[in-house]
Ligand binder design. Sequence first.
Ligand SMILES: Nc1ncnc2c1ncn2[C@@H]1O[C@H](COP(=O)(O)OP(=O)(O)O)[C@@H](O)[C@H]1O
Ligand SMILES: [Mg+2]
Length: 222
Amino acid sequence: MPVPLISAQSLEKTYVSGGQRITALGSLSFTLSKGESLSLVGRSGSGKSTLLNILCGLQSVDRGELQVLGHRFPGSQSEDTESLWARLRRQRLGVVFQDANLMPALTLLESIQLRCHLAGTPSDQAPGWLEKLGIGELGNRYPDQVSGGQRQRAAIAMVFAMNPEVILADEPTGSLDKHTADAVADLLLGMQKERGCALVLATHDLALAERCDQLIDLGSAG
Ligand SMILES: Nc1ncnc2c1ncn2[C@@H]1O[C@H](COP(=O)(O)OP(=O)(O)O)[C@@H](O)[C@H]1O
Ligand SMILES: [Mg+2]
């Protein structure tokens, strides 16, 4: 059996805030294989963002075992853990947030070129990625000169341009109206299948979540 890209065993995360303990993740286990998609649903506060942050190394777990792209966390790797996560995020793990994915001082095209440069993928393909996402004519605009839907298309172009093995997307259509959200979601899932990369997608949209290969309801997990 192939080794999964992500394997999570009994992950637990508790925050302490104002003297209160808040369990963000109870005891969560799952695996994600190459090319597979997994959706995370659950009410606001059910731990979706916490889990995505853990999967890309922006937060750590209290208990449990996590393997991502062949690395075990917590682990005994020789490379410093922070630098290892930073390298994975630069080259192999693409992250898309609800908004604020783009650098305000760079045009959409420059953002994608920078992403390619960091990931070591060909930056001359950057205009092609904008075309694929339907915003080929907007490359010279800055993020504040385009709509929210266009910004999310650029964010998705940027993440695919790095040719990642796994994409982690935290409510990438959450700030968009229904029509635009559906169009952006179609592009994200369509490109994911076409490129064969794995996807973990947090969303409030149950219809979108059900299009993924696996669904975890964090509202009822743990
Ligand atoms: N940095 C933090 N400090 C304290 N509590 C937090 C922190 N981040 C998240 N939480 C709490 O953890 C729970 C899960 O939050 P989150 O992962 O953001 O959920 P979701 O993305 O599903 O809305 C919530 O109760 C939230 O208030
Ligand atoms: Mg969230």
